[in-house]
Ligand binder design. Structure first.
Ligand SMILES: Cc1cc2nc3c(=O)[nH]c(=O)nc-3n(C[C@H](O)[C@H](O)[C@H](O)COP(=O)(O)OP(=O)(O)OC[C@H]3O[C@@H](n4cnc5c(N)ncnc54)[C@H](O)[C@@H]3O)c2cc1C
Ligand SMILES: NC(=O)c1ccc[n+]([C@@H]2O[C@H](COP(=O)([O-])OP(=O)(O)OC[C@H]3O[C@@H](n4cnc5c(N)ncnc54)[C@H](OP(=O)(O)O)[C@@H]3O)[C@@H](O)[C@H]2O)c1
Length: 490
């Protein structure tokens, strides 16, 4: 068990969770969804599968993710390369890198993670860096050293198991570290300036050559594109078997990579070139009036709070456009989204709703408020990043912190939706007017009464004598608000 867990560890955990909560058997694996069409007549979605019959459902929740549609670079001659071309997100574990000359294209989080992992196996790597990344020290240095990823000892694991308070404290420490980043991402804030000073200093401390410092330390705002805990990468770039190459890649030839007019021969190319992050669905999602979301979102993906889309009733999406994927903890965010979906579905079922549809005017307000907030954030800064679309609009981040997102969802705001009930009278689901507790034969019909301290007898005596008014403080909920209407003039 490592501080930065491997994909195998994460997968094993997710699998165990699915078994523990008895949902594993409900999952259909290896089945590609290739179309989803809304029926206004039946208020259902018809979902087409590549290798199975169509499925009808009342509600469609899209959890197809934003960082899995990997993208090869658009570089002339890539197809002509004579050796293997791997992508970091489609890793071929059987590929033999031992003693090979490798060209790594890209300088984002994937390249940063890949280089130190393969460096001891390969003969040499040319690392093509078009735009450098801000590198930070590992989160919680006590647990992740610059020398490598901390592997928890048997004693540490035993303490996590036997000391729940300690375990909770460590979890909170990590969560708080990622949840307090927002202030530093506000342009021209003291926190942004301090973070810049801190990272410049820490990068200079691990890059010995001033010329390399100038090329590796970005000029754009810290956080404009994703920060990476990547000191092992910076160390790797300075070792003998690595050549960082700055600038554009001109072309790929059968035996190597050309940049700045220089051909560097390699045996293997590794594309660490990221994903299609346009948010356009990979299959047709057809909503009201036959509108296909792929067309609608061709240039400008807009969703209400990143989770519902006007014109697409009974449709919800995890991590849609403008959700907190880099505003703090993502795991907390995903939990908050799931809890919100559950509350929404509970309302739908309990109130016999045929469909809900987010209001277009509300969605437009969300979009405009989001972009207004973005103007003060570093994310609209001078970098290239997948957080923005081609026009420079920030489409991938929430206008605030992860905690703010959670707070917004917790307020429910059901008024932002139109609700179409199955029956013409929206209250018809009341039936004869019995509460659920009454349906349940042995329910507590006075469940709202709780054990309570009785009022002291003195209160009754005082009230009877008309004495003592104002001597004990009024409960705050009865204190009149100060307003011009109730202000007492002295
Ligand atoms: C290399 C890498 C490292 C990362 N590390 C971190 C990290 O340390 N911490 C963190 O919080 N986040 C990390 N992320 C971000 C990470 O992607 C998300 O936190 C998380 O995976 C999002 O979960 P998800 O369920 O939304 O999407 P995913 O995990 O991408 O899952 C989506 C699933 O939908 C399936 N799918 C897609 N299209 C279809 C279709 N048409 N039909 C059927 N199935 C389909 C996919 O195959 C996939 O299984 C990392 C991302 C990458 C690429
Ligand atoms: N451990 C982690 O937490 C982890 C690890 C990996 C990924 N991730 C997640 O996945 C996201 C994507 O990361 P990523 O590194 O895969 O992708 P990325 O951040 O989009 O980086 C892609 C890199 O490829 C370069 N590139 C693309 N086309 C190129 C070309 N034609 N020529 C030269 N360079 C080219 C880009 O350069 P330009 O910048 O100049 O365009 C950039 O350096 C991250 O932001 C993060 O959210 C997380």
């Amino acid at each position: 068990m490592y501080h930065y867990s491997s994909s195998a560890e994460i997968q094993a955990y997710i699998k165990a969770v699915a078994f523990h909560y008895n949902v594993y058997s409900s999952i259909t694996f290896n089945t590609l969804v290739n179309k989803a069409v809304w029926s206004e007549e039946y208020a259902t979605w018809t979902v087409s599968l590549e290798n199975g019959p169509d499925v009808e459902c009342d509600l469609l929740v899209n959890g197809s993710g934003i960082l899995n549609n990997f993208k090869f670079p658009d570089i002339k001659g890539l197809d002509s390369f004579s050796g293997p071309v791997l992508h970091t997100a489609d890793w071929d574990a059987s590929a033999n890198l031992s003693g090979k000359r490798v060209g790594i294209i890209g300088a984002g989080a994937s390249a940063i993670q890949t280089l130190p992992a393969i460096q001891d196996t390969i003969a040499h790597a040319d690392v093509y860096i078009r735009t450098p990344s801000w590198i930070m020290s590992p989160v919680l240095e006590s647990m992740a050293t610059t020398k490598g990823n901390h592997q928890y000892t048997a004693e540490e694991k035993e303490r996590f198991r036997s000391d729940p308070a300690f375990y909770l404290e460590r979890r909170k420490e990590m969560e708080v570290a990622s949840n307090k980043v927002l202030k530093a991402f506000i342009r021209d804030s003291d926190e942004q300036a301090n973070l810049r000073t801190e990272l410049e200093a820490s990068m200079k401390a691990v890059i010995s050559d001033p010329a390399l410092q100038a090329q590796l330390i970005p000029s754009f705002e810290v956080g404009c594109r994703r920060l990476s805990p990547g000191e092992p990468y910076v160390a790797a770039l300075q070792r003998d078997n690595v050549t960082p190459v700055f600038g554009d890649v001109d072309e790929i030839q059968p035996d190597g990579v050309v940049s700045g007019g220089v051909l560097r021969p390699v045996d293997v190319i590794i594309a660490a070139t990221g994903f299609d992050t346009s948010f356009r669905p990979r299959f047709p999602i057809v909503g009201e009036n036959g509108v296909d979301m792929r067309e609608l979102w061709k240039d400008n993906p807009v969703a209400y709070c990143g989770l519902a889309v006007a014109g697409f009733p009974n449709y919800l999406v995890f991590l849609g456009p403008n959700t907190p994927i880099s505003n703090g903890s993502v795991m907390g965010t995903l939990e908050a989204t799931a809890d919100y979906f559950v509350r929404l579905v509970q309302k739908m079922v309990a109130q016999d709703v045929a469909y809900f549809s987010v209001r277009a005017d509300v969605q437009a307000d969300f979009d405009s408020q989001t972009q207004k907030t973005m103007q003060k954030m570093v994310w609209t800064g001078s970098c290239n990043s997948w957080f923005k679309n081609k026009l420079g609009k920030v489409i991938a981040l929430w206008p605030g912190s992860s905690l703010h997102y959670r707070e917004v969802l917790e307020a429910n705001r059901w008024e932002d939706y139109e609700w179409k009930h199955r029956q013409s009278n929206r209250f018809a689901y009341w039936g004869q007017g019995f509460a659920k507790v009454e349906d349940n034969g042995d329910g507590d019909l006075a469940y709202y009464l709780h054990a309570h301290e009785p009022l002291p007898l003195e209160a009754y005596y005082d009230a009877a004598r008309g004495r003592g008014a104002g001597t004990s403080p009024m409960p705050s909920e009865f204190t009149p608000r100060k307003s011009p209407a109730n202000e007492v003039k002295e």
